[in-house]
Every structure is written in structure tokens, then in C-alpha cells.
Design a protein around this ligand. Structure first.
Ligand code: ZN
Ligand code: ZN
Length: 365
């Protein structure tokens, strides 16, 4: 008998295999660890990619990394602290960075903690090697060096849940763009990332032009702060003209590319003003290459940046943004369905229909 008894985990065993719900003992905590009772997990696009075999992961694995929960226990030796350094207490409602980094390797020392040489990512690990590490479970063990954040009390679960992936990723992208106060920003892709980026860019002082192929996805654009929405036509010519019309013929200061579609990334270059920045966020799966004219990059003095995942400070910025401005935008409406942990199969099936941006799993208890 262990100190904490049994927990429940839903194991992903590979594409096409049934999910396996099992009970297993919760191990004692190692120094620097904390035990969390998971309250809710939202399914992210990358969970769906893994579930449907479009993305590799070690199996069996507990998927899910957009997680919130409450602290059940803290290790007595070297108890973990939140990112702000204050003491952590049992019962506190928390979330944490998806990435756990060592803090002392080549990349950690170069401000790329998400590329740590000893990286662990919640929701992406083998249950055999790293148990209690994903969101589709009753419990999770917060590893040593996790960047833990308290969730402000007034933030509802459905708004807080995607913060440590979608909102933090957008916060990281905005940080890389620098000061966008007064800038005209084009966001390509009106999904979870794009709508979140619209709201965050608006609050950072930018004029937001939100672009998507599908009119239905643009309907929420204004509610998320977009000054203009543009439905992309297949030929593409009119998009550039419409952006030029709204920028006194110069082009956008910044383009945030959220779709991952290579043609959209390519078109993003044409939307920039001289000296503009293209921030690539959505390209997290292999695609065809795009044609790039180096002379254009040089003469127009363009910057092209890739931003993958985020650093702990970005999750802090995401939570601060949601606490201050989250209620001004319909973030809660992005999480459109809820399933119990015992029905994860149905949750994945519903998520695959695309009827909602996020599906939430809540713990049966
Ligand atoms: Zn994610
Ligand atoms: Zn490291």
C-alpha cells in the first residue's frame, strides 16, 4: 500500500487501439515533486494528431497536457514552489508549463527552455517510463523544476484549462514579436490560437486583421478583438490587396501564421511591409517546402521567426492576460463540450468532428 493509494489513468496504446482505463498505485513523491488531483483537461490539436496517428508518441501514454488541478501533496524534501517563488500549499488550484526543463543545459542557458536537452513534456511520455505525467488521469505528479502557476480564483475552469498550451504559445509568439502597440497585425487562421492571438494583440494595442478560409470561423473574430476579418479566396490575390488597403499601401507590421499550411505561410511574406515580421507558429507538422526569394527578404528587410512552445514566463503572461481581460472575450465558448474521464473515446470522437475548438474532460469522482 502506498501513501496515496490508487489513481486512474486512461492509456493511449496506439492509433486504432482502444483506450485502456486502468487503476494503478500512485507512487511516493521524490524530492521536488507534488501530487495533483486533476480537475479538468482539454484536448489540444496535438492530442488529436497523436490519437489519429498523424504524430508519433511513445506508448502506452497518458495524453492531455492542457491541465488544471489542485495540489494534494508536496514532497517533504525540497517542496516545489510556484514560478513566483512563494510557498505552495495543499489545496491550491494550479496549472503548469507543458515543458519541464533542467535550467542548466546549453539551450536552457540560451533562453530556449522549451528546447532543453533533458526536456520532459506532460502528456507526451511513456507511462512505463514516466507514469502520472498526462492529463487523462485522476492524478499527475508534477516533476521537479516544473514551472507551476496559481490560477486566479475568478477564472473559470474552461478558460484556465487551455492556458498552458494555446494561450501561453500565443503569449510566446507575441513576446517574440516585441512591442506591437499601434501596429497592424495580420493573423492567419481563426482557430483557438488565432482567436486567442487576436484578443491578446488587441490588448497589446494592435489593430488586428484576422484571416481564414472559412467564413464560419471568422464569425467570432470581432468578439475576439479583430478590427477586420477577411475570408481568403482561393486565388489569393485579393488578400494582399485588402491588407494593403488597410495599411496605407504598406503591408502589415507583423503576420502571425497559425494554420501551418505552407501556402498560407508563403502568402504571409507578401502581406508584410518593408521591415515587417513573419512569426510562424502553426507549422508543427511536416509539409511541402515553400519558395522563398532571398533577395526579397534582403531588400524588404524582412524577419522570419519560428516560435515553438513557450518559456515559463509566457504562461505567466497568459494567465495575467486571462485574469485581466479574459472575461471581456468569449473564451469560455471555445470549450464547447464536456465528457467524463470514463468516456474519453467519445471525447476524442466528438473532438474529431470539429464542432468545437476544445473538448473538456472532467474527472468522475
Ligand atoms: Zn497543446
Ligand atoms: Zn536544460
Amino acid at each position: 500500500m502506498t501513501t496515496f493509494g490508487q489513481g486512474k489513468a486512461v492509456l493511449f496504446q496506439g492509433n486504432g487501439q482502444p483506450l485502456d482505463a486502468c487503476d494503478a498505485p500512485l507512487p511516493d513523491l521524490k524530492p521536488g515533486e507534488a501530487l495533483v488531483a486533476i480537475s479538468a483537461t482539454t484536448l489540444c490539436g496535438s492530442d488529436l494528431h497523436t490519437f489519429h496517428g498523424r504524430r508519433e508518441t511513445a506508448t502506452p501514454a497518458v495524453l492531455g497536457h492542457e491541465i488544471i488541478g489542485r495540489i494534494v501533496a508536496l514532497s517533504l524534501v525540497d517542496p516545489p514552489r510556484p514560478y513566483d517563488g512563494t510557498p505552495l500549499h495543499v489545496g491550491e488550484r494550479v496549472t503548469w508549463s507543458v515543458c519541464v526543463n533542467c535550467g542548466d543545459c546549453f539551450f536552457c542557458n540560451r533562453d530556449l527552455p522549451q528546447k532543453c536537452e533533458h526536456l520532459l513534456k506532460y502528456g507526451h511520455q511513456s507511462f512505463a517510463l514516466e507514469p502520472w505525467c498526462g492529463g487523462l488521469a485522476s492524478h499527475l505528479i508534477l516533476r521537479r523544476n516544473s514551472a507551476i502557476f496559481r490560477i486566479p480564483d475568478h477564472l473559470p475552469d474552461e478558460v484556465a484549462c487551455p492556458a498552458n498550451c494555446a494561450t501561453a504559445t500565443v503569449a510566446g509568439a507575441l513576446r517574440h514579436a516585441g512591442n506591437i502597440d499601434g501596429a497592424t497585425v495580420v493573423i492567419t487562421g481563426a482557430g483557438m490560437l488565432g482567436l486567442t492571438a487576436a484578443a491578446m494583440a488587441k490588448e497589446a494595442g494592435a489593430k488586428v486583421i484576422l484571416v481564414d478560409r472559412e467564413q464560419t470561423r471568422l464569425e467570432e473574430g470581432a468578439a475576439f478583438g479583430a478590427a477586420a476579418v477577411i475570408q481568403v479566396q482561393p486565388e489569393g490575390e485579393s488578400l494582399r490587396e485588402q491588407v494593403l488597403e488597410r495599411t496605407e499601401g504598406r503591408g502589415a507590421d507583423v503576420v502571425f501564421e497559425m494554420t501551418g499550411a505552407p501556402a498560407v505561410a508563403r502568402r504571409g511574406i507578401d502581406l508584410l511591409r518593408t521591415g515587417g515580421q513573419l512569426i510562424l507558429v502553426g507549422s508543427v507538422f511536416p509539409t511541402e517546402p515553400i519558395d522563398l526569394y532571398p533577395e526579397q527578404v534582403v531588400r524588404r528587410m524582412l524577419e522570419i521567426k519560428g516560435v515553438h512552445n513557450y518559456a515559463p514566463q509566457d504562461l505567466g503572461a497568459a494567465l495575467t492576460f486571462l485574469a485581466e481581460h479574459g472575461n471581456a472575450y468569449p473564451f469560455a465558448s471555445l470549450v464547447g463540450a464536456e465528457f467524463p474521464l470514463s468516456d474519453c473515446e467519445a471525447a476524442f470522437a466528438y473532438a474529431a468532428t470539429g464542432k468545437t475548438f476544445r473538448v473538456r474532460i472532467t474527472m468522475d469522482s
